[in-house]
Design a protein around this ligand. Structure first.
Ligand code: NAP
Length: 478
């Protein structure tokens, strides 16, 4: 495994908290303490904001081609160290090693993508109303950016934001989740060694509310980009009012997966396995609700159960593991409560979880049938390896069921009639829709949701816009 960081990365160097306080980071598979990382004081956080502010004027003046070269160097360095980073991600987050390698590759691809976008930030010249007047539109970096990220993709959620921000010419302060700060910290050092100047990318750890308040209150921090729960996203919206701060919010989902009666069942079930059980069900785009046409529901359910039973649950560092532990006892208790509540509310736990000698975090793939919109498990984001099945009779009913949530992140439609799937998808109130596909997250596409799943986009040519502001020059030539 790569060097395990135990300090914060601030102004191009490793730093402790001024108070000496720290907290432990543990492996969710076995409770091994991997490191202690600093718990910054309020003064420390204020200092980091000053550092990022000071670094801004020189970084935004670096020619776009040079910033592009640095981003490409980061991408290549990550690929060179793919196994080191994968081991670190699995150690702090729990996901199987193959998935961690995929996360590093995905992150490297974001840096490569934004190395390509960095040199294509172009403005406009707009015809004016008089012959001696010119109107120029420039795109400029928004300024200092604060980023708050969750634990489910320790470096990918950061890479998506950081690549675009550095390409735009912004400086950056990241606060990773306390469960998984190590790969973010290791990424900061890798970026520095790849040419990112001191102060441009800083990674800090400590009390979330205190750091969040600092970032939100500071007039210097012009943008906060957040990936996490809708609940915290709403707090940030309220806090942003004071400084009229620009936000990007990638929040929770409640993804429906519609299986039409003409779907290719094998393809649908394989899509379901990937879309449900990846990262033990702990992704924002994981399927939360299978909506299956009543004609094929028995066949789909039988096949899904058979495939779910085959998945190997265990420590993510073992080569045969397909479903790792949940991130914490609290997360596992929440999933278990949702299963029990679904049963008490009248659903059938058709494939119950099996107890695992390793502990309660190792929840085996579970299938619940007869789920209704009135049930708790329908309304909440499960964030665990639990499939819930509801049947429908018509496409209209499937659409109504799918849309009956305040969330609007990802949805999936399976049908061998592409025209039917397109028509259904046009009525789905979601930011991203996979048609016969659950692998929807890719660097060239704009990732993001609508409704209470947030606003702003990450990835693709749209992603950089969130880190740019327009400046318009009205010029009269004497
Ligand atoms: P979370 O509880 O919202 O935490 C996310 C981050 O916010 C953590 O770093 C957390 O730090 C911090 N935080 C908590 N309270 C805060 C506050 N008052 N001010 C500032 N920061 C605060 O979410 P989570 O449980 O870690 O992650 C799971 C959620 O993320 C799910 O809802 C999932 O759907 C969503 N997610 C969305 C996307 C997307 O792209 N749409 C991607 C991945 C995950 P502490 O832990 O220290 O409190």
């Amino acid at each position: 495994m790569t060097h395990v960081p135990s300090k914060n990365f601030i102004n191009g160097a490793w730093r402790d908290s001024s108070t000496g306080e720290s907290f432990p980071v543990t492996n969710p598979a076995n409770d091994e303490v991997l490191a202690h990382v600093p718990s910054l004081s309020s003064d420390d956080v204020a200092h980091v904001i000053t550092v990022a502010d000071r670094a801004l004027s020189s970084w935004r003046a670096v020619p776009a081609r040079k910033r592009s070269d640095i981003l490409l160097a980061i991408s290549q360095a990550l690929l060179t160290r793919i196994d080191d980073f994968a081991k670190l991600i699995t150690a702090e987050q729990g996901k199987p090693l193959a998935e961690s390698r995929g996360e590093v590759l995905y992150s490297a691809n974001y840096f490569r993508w934004y190395s390509e976008e960095a040199v294509r930030v172009t403005g406009d010249i707009i015809p004016a109303d008089s012959p001696n007047k010119r109107i120029f539109v420039l795109k400029e970096p928004i300024g200092v950016v604060g980023a708050i990220t969750p634990w489910n993709f320790p470096i990918a959620m950061l890479a998506r934001k950081l690549g675009a921000a550095l390409a735009a010419g912004c400086t950056f302060i990241a606060k990773p989740a306390p469960e998984t700060p190590l790969s973010a910290l290791a990424l900061a050092e890798l970026c520095h060694n790849s040419g990112v100047p001191a102060g441009v990318f800083n990674v800090i750890t400590g009390d979330a509310e205190m750091i969040g308040e600092h970032l939100m209150r500071s007039p210097v921090v012009r943008k906060v980009t957040f990936t996490g729960s809708t609940e915290v996203g709403k707090i940030l919206i309220r806090q942003s009012a004071e400084t009229v701060k620009k936000l990007t919010l990638e929040l929770g989902g409640n993804a429906p997966f519609i299986v039409c009666d003409d779907a290719d069942l094998e393809q649908a079930v394989e899509g379901a396995i990937y879309g449900k059980y990846r990262n033990a069900g702990q992704t924002c785009v994981c399927v939360n609700r299978f909506l299956v046409h009543q004609k094929i529901a028995p066949a789909f359910t039988a096949r899904l159960i058979a495939r779910s039973k085959e998945l190997v649950v265990g420590d993510g560092s073992a080569s045969n593991t397909q479903v790792g532990p949940l991130i914490s006892d609290e997360a596992a208790a929440k999933v278990t409560r949702l299963i029990n509540t679904a049963h008490n509310e009248g659903a059938t736990v058709t494939l119950p979880p099996t107890s695992n000698p390793r502990g309660i975090r190792f929840i085996s793939p579970t299938v619940i049938t007869g789920v209704k919109p009135s049930m708790t498990i329908w309304k909440e984001e499960i964030f665990g390896p639990v499939s819930t099945i509801t049947t429908f009779a018509t496409d209209e009913e499937a659409i109504t069921l799918a849309n009956s949530t305040p969330h609007g992140l990802a949805a999936y439609v399976y049908s061998s009639n592409l025209s039917r799937a397109m028509k259904v998808s046009e009525h789905l109130e979601y930011g991203m829709i996979g048609i016969n596909d659950t692998a929807i997250s890719s660097v060239q596409a704009p990732f993001g949701g609508i409704k209470e799943s947030g606003f702003g986009r990450e990835g693709g040519r749209y992603g950089i816009d969130d880190f740019l502001v327009l400046k318009y020059l009205s010029v009269v030539m004497p």
